[in-house]
Design a protein around this ligand. Sequence first.
Ligand SMILES: Cc1cc2nc3c(=O)[nH]c(=O)nc-3n(C[C@H](O)[C@H](O)[C@H](O)COP(=O)(O)OP(=O)(O)OC[C@H]3O[C@@H](n4cnc5c(N)ncnc54)[C@H](O)[C@@H]3O)c2cc1C
Length: 421
Amino acid sequence: MAAPASREGEFTVDGVPVRAGGPADAVAGVVPRWVALPGSTTEVAAVLRAAAARDLAVLPAGGRATLHWGPPPERCDLLLDTGRLDRVLEHAAGDLVARTQAGVPMAALAATLAGAGQELALDVPVPGATVGGTLAGGLAGPRRLRYGTARDLLIGVTVVLADGTVARSGGKVVKNVAGYDLGKLFTGSHGTLGVIAEATFRLHPLPAGRAFVTVTVPDPAALPGLAAVAASPAEPSAVELELPDLSGPATLAVLVEGVAAAERAEVLRRALGPRAAIGTRAPAWWGRPPDGGHLLELRVPPAAVRPALAAIGAAAGDLPVAVRGSACVAVLYLALPGDVPPAAAAAFVAAARAAVAPLGGRLPVVAAPPAAAAGLDMLGPVGAAALMRRVKDRFDPEGRMAPGRLLPAAGGTTGGPWTPS
Ligand SMILES: Cc1cc2nc3c(=O)[nH]c(=O)nc-3n(C[C@H](O)[C@H](O)[C@H](O)COP(=O)(O)OP(=O)(O)OC[C@H]3O[C@@H](n4cnc5c(N)ncnc54)[C@H](O)[C@@H]3O)c2cc1C
């Protein structure tokens, strides 16, 4: 890039520390040439302007929990590490609003907010996962049933585009990019549109109490009616489903929180019958995608969850498929072991997609081992592919932000993970 070296491999660009990339910085096997560590929105803009002047491909990185998900970047000259964007800028407790830099770990933000009896109601169980990475990853946890997703809780965002332009929308508005809701676009964008530098969130009071009702049945066909559980007078905040193997027992776990949580949970426990149990602790698997080298996200209309699982079970044949996720909002994660041969994984993905399509379902691949990702159609058919490409061209016309990680190829399929929430 530029500037005099201070220590070998280290220098500054407009005051921003930059160092040489190494194997520990590799993203899905691609080692960046440099790693920049800006500490403010202005410094992010300076780094991106410098990268633009040198035609460098840039990949934003937060806590790196899921940086390896998806296909390798086509190019990665510069890893923009948000580790120094680590300040909670404002917590207006009276307004239930917080503004934070993007590199703040979600756990640190939670600790700050808890001091005022408040929370950002996203369930992110991964140590080190940052605000920016959580937004850009576009995943949401069990309590999306009650609180919605990151997209719903985000009320303002400051982003820096590939050419260094700083743009803001919502919240504490200074300058809007006309016609775009930046928060909605950048949630789930996987670093391909620009860098999220700051975010403003709507908060909730910490719940007064919480209780879990769990019921395990011998197979998915014996699960209680999901619509009835969601509409129960217990008013669940989350209804999660766990199937270690599609052909085996299924567990439904329901979170009831707020005032008189235990009493409301007891009402539900009785309604679910003698197999149901009540407790105060979440099951160990709560809020985590199932383990496996291949991770797929199933989205179907809520009424089609059961037939979709049956159809996927038929498509899986002898392959072990684990399922976990939010049953009542019908966002479920499927996992296949990482050592399933790439050809078998690809055949399963194709067959399962064909099986859920008539039910209105989609089944993008969120993560796959690098060897398998190259041969997988990660997204499957994407109705909005042309629109996504136009948005990408508008924000990053030179294609330097996280190239190869998100967009379907011009033909309409393949590319990186795209998990609009
Ligand atoms: C309920 C729930 C359960 C989860 N469970 C697990 C789990 O068990 N294991 C697991 O590995 N993950 C899990 N995740 C996913 C993980 O928590 C998120 O992906 C994580 O929040 C990523 O944060 P990060 O800072 O580590 O991002 P990174 O891994 O560093 O980056 C993730 C993506 O975001 C982009 N990005 C990062 N920061 C920015 C930024 N500032 N601007 C633009 N783009 C950016 C990156 O380029 C990359 O595409 C879970 C998430 C949820 C919501």
